[in-house]
Write a protein that binds this ligand. Sequence first.
Ligand code: GDP
Length: 524
Amino acid sequence: MPEEIAQRRTFAIISHPDAGKTTMTEKLLLHGKAIQVAGTVKGRKNTKHATSDWMEMEKQRGISVTTSVMQFPYHDCTVNLLDTPGHEDFSEDTYRTLTAVDSALMMIDAAKGVEARTIKLLDVCRLRTTPILTFINKLDRDTRDPIELLDEVEDVLKIKCAPVTWPIGMGKYFKGVYHLLNDEIILYEGGHGHERHDYRRIKGLDSAESREAIGSETVDEIIDEIELVQGASHEFDLDMFLKGELTPVYFGTAMGNFGIDHFLDDFVKIAPPPQPRETEDRMVQAGEQTMTGFVFKIQANMDPQHRDRIAFMRICSGQYTKSLKMRHVRLKRDIQIANALTFMAGDRQHLEEAWAGDIIGLHNHGNIQIGDTFTVGEDLKFKGIPNFAPELFKRIRLRDPLKNKALQKGLIELSEEGATQVFRPLNSNELIVGAVGVLQFDVVAHRLKAEYKAEAIYEGVNVATARWVECDDPKKFEEFKKKCFDNLALDGADNLAYIAPTRVNLSLTEERWPEVRFFATREH
Ligand code: GDP
C-alpha cells in the first residue's frame, strides 16, 4: 500500500443527540489545526429543533455541505472525519455515510449511558464490522459510575470494553485520567476549552508527585479502582478491535477540551487505514493502482439559482489526480472531472490529488446518483449502499396542475439524491412520497418549490409500508403482478415495489407468494 494511503484514517462520530458530537468535532479540528480557536465551526444545532421551520433547516443543511467532510493532518496521518446529520429523520443519510468510513467513534454521555440512537447506529456499523472507539463524555459533570457504564456498553451493545484511560473523580472533583497503557496520569485543568493545551502528565500512578497533585487519599482510591477495573474488564487487543469485537474506551470532556489529544494520539496509531471494499465481482484493495470509488451522499447547496449539488465520493483504491478521466460505470461513459473538491472545515477547495480513503466532491448536474461507482475503465459495482423502505407515506399533489412535469422530475431527482423516495402506483397517475423521517417531507416540499418551481401539497394516503419485490420465476412474477396490480408501484429508479395498506396485508401477501422476495432495503 503506498504510504499516502497507509496514512489515511477515515471515520465518523456516532452518538445519540446531545452526547457531544458537534463539540467533539470542533475539538478534533482544533487539535488537527484545521481551526485555530474553537467556536468557529458553525453549529448545525437548529436542525434538531426547527421541526416547523424548514427554511432555517435548508440553510443549516447548506452550511453543512462544507462540514460534511473535514480533513485534517494529525502527526503523520491525514484524517478524514465524516459528519452525519444529527436529526434521526435523516438517519438514512447517516447509514450511508457509515458505509464510507473505516472506523467510528462512539460518544456516550457519562450521565446517560447507552441511548437509543447509539444502539441503532452501532448495529449499522456492525453490518460492515467497523472498528469502534469509545469516548465517554462530560466528565466535568456528575456522571454515573464508570464501571457501571462499561457494563452497560458490554451488555446492551454486545461489544467488549477495554478502558484505555480511567477517570479520576468527576464533576467538580474531576482531576483527570490515568492512561492504563502509557502508565501516566494526565491532569485536568479548567479554562482551556477553546485552545490547544498541553496538560500536565505524571509518570506512574503512585508517586510523590501524584500524591502531591491529586491528594494521597485519591491516589489510594484510584489504585484500588484501577486494580478492580483491570480485573473486571478486557485488555486492549488490536486484533479484536479491528474485528469490531472490542472497543478501546476513553474518558474526558469535549467541552473542556480534555481527553481529545491523547485519544487522537492513539486513534492514528490503532484505527485502520483504508480497508478493502466489496464489489459485485471482487474485493477492491485500497492499494490497487487504479482509482475506484463510490458515491454515498449527494447534497444540495444553498443557492437555489445555481442548483449546485455535490456528490460525495469515497475513493476506495488508488489515486485521483486532477483531470483524471473516470468511468461512470452505470452510464457506461468516460467523463473527465477537472474540478473535484476537497473539504476543509468551513471551506472547500479545488483539488489536485486525493488517495484511497479520501472523500472528494463532484459537481453533480443530475447524472450522478447515490451508489454510483467510478473507476478507471473497469466495470465494477460497489455493494452495500442501502436504501431503506420508508415508513411514512403521503400523496403529493400540485397546486398548479400544469407543473406536473416539473414535479415528476423534481421528485425523481430528489429521490436519486436520497432526500426522499417516490412511488408511482401502476394503476394511477398519483405520486406518493415515502420517507423515513417526517422532516424529509418538509424538506422535499420546500425544495420542490425553490428549485423546481412546483408548489405541492401533501394528502394522507392509505399506505403503511413498502417492499421492493423480485422473483426468479418470470411466470410466477407475471401472475403476482397481475393479481397485485393495485398495490404495485415504481420507485424513482423504476424498481418495482409492493405498497401495502397495512402490515397485516403485507404479511398475508408474503405468505401467499412464497416465490416472490420482499426487500425492506434496496441497494442503490
Ligand atoms: P450533539 O447533539 O451530539 O452534537 O451534542 P453537542 O456537541 O451539541 O452537545 C450537546 C450539549 O452538551 C451542548 O450544550 C454542549 O455544550 C454540551 N456538552 C458537550 N460536551 C460537553 C462536556 O464535555 N461537558 C459538558 N458539561 N457539556 C458538554
